[in-house]
Design a protein around this ligand. Structure first.
Ligand SMILES: [Fe+2]
Ligand SMILES: [Fe+2]
Length: 275
């Protein structure tokens, strides 16, 4: 574990669902950043725009919404299985502040980004579990997580504190990766399943961990930010591709986020939910 240079506060935000949720987050961020004293803000934006009619690959990003979030104070936008959705994939992946999963064959974009704020250095890594590579994903299959980490650590510079956004289906898998990397990275935050897990944890050797940040958007019926009718149709064995595109949820807006404190030696000292 390498240190970030000075103690730092990181705000990590889970999957933003829909453009109006992105706008809501952008409106809150300047005050939130100030209130928390955040040195870095990491936001998973894989669902921030409904980008097309195809229900399985129409839930990605646009450059305009990415820039809106960055202008509001976000430092890096991470992704997941939806990083390849929509007509603006080229522009989004080419964006210098957008990170897509590292562990698959993709020449475009980047899977690691190092940020600097004064003396403080944070490296953000995005990994996609094979469990979250859903049928219809418009990208190659991801490589297994452990061999990917080994390869990543050997081939990439990872300066400062390291935070991994692990995009996956299973809390136990995320806990396993966090445990295996305890003491080697400062934080592992889970994304993808949208419904937040309650507690953040400080592992024995100093890594902060939470299984699921939770989505940022309208709660709707199941807390996912959109109507999961496609998932239900697939479960019933129906042709979900004949259904209309994802429909965004309504109801109250919610923020899926944690604040993480990291000491100058890279050890995490606190992880707590931000509502
Ligand atoms: Fe998502
Ligand atoms: Fe996802």
């Amino acid at each position: 574990m390498t240190g970030p240079g000075a103690p730092m506060t990181v705000l990590a935000v889970g999957d933003v669902v829909g453009a109006d949720s992105a706008e809501w987050l952008a409106g809150r961020l300047p005050a939130l950043r100030e209130e928390l004293g955040a040195h870095f803000v990491v936001v998973n934006g894989e669902n921030c725009v409904v980008t097309g009619p195809n229900p399985m690959d129409g839930f990605g990003m646009t450059v305009e919404v990415v820039d809106r979030l960055l202008d509001a104070g976000v430092d890096v936008i991470t992704g997941g299985n939806h990083s390849w959705d929509g007509p603006e994939v080229e522009g989004v992946l080419a964006h210098p502040k957008v990170v897509r999963p590292w562990n698959l064959e993709e020449a475009r974009g980047r899977g690691v980004l190092t940020l600097q704020n004064g003396d403080r250095v944070l490296t953000v890594v995005n990994l996609l579990s094979p469990t979250a590579a859903l049928p219809g994903m418009a990208a190659p299959q991801p490589r297994p997580l452990w061999t990917s980490w080994t390869e990543l650590a050997e081939t990439e510079e990872l300066p400062g504190a390291v935070l991994i956004d692990l995009h996956g289906e299973s809390p136990w898998e995320k806990a396993s990766v966090a445990t295996a990397l305890d003491g080697q990275i400062s934080a592992l935050v889970g994304t993808h399943t949208h419904d937040p897990t309650l507690r953040g944890h400080l592992l024995p050797a100093g890594t902060a961990y939470i299984a699921e940040l939770g989505m940022t958007g309208h709660l709707g019926f199941t807390g996912g930010g959109f109507d999961p009718m496609h998932f239900a149709a697939r479960l019933r064995g129906e042709d979900h591709m004949r259904l209309p595109a994802y429909e965004l949820a309504d109801g109250p807006l919610t923020l899926g986020a944690v604040r993480i404190e990291i000491a100058s030696d890279g050890t995490a000292t606190a992880i707590e939910r931000i509502a």
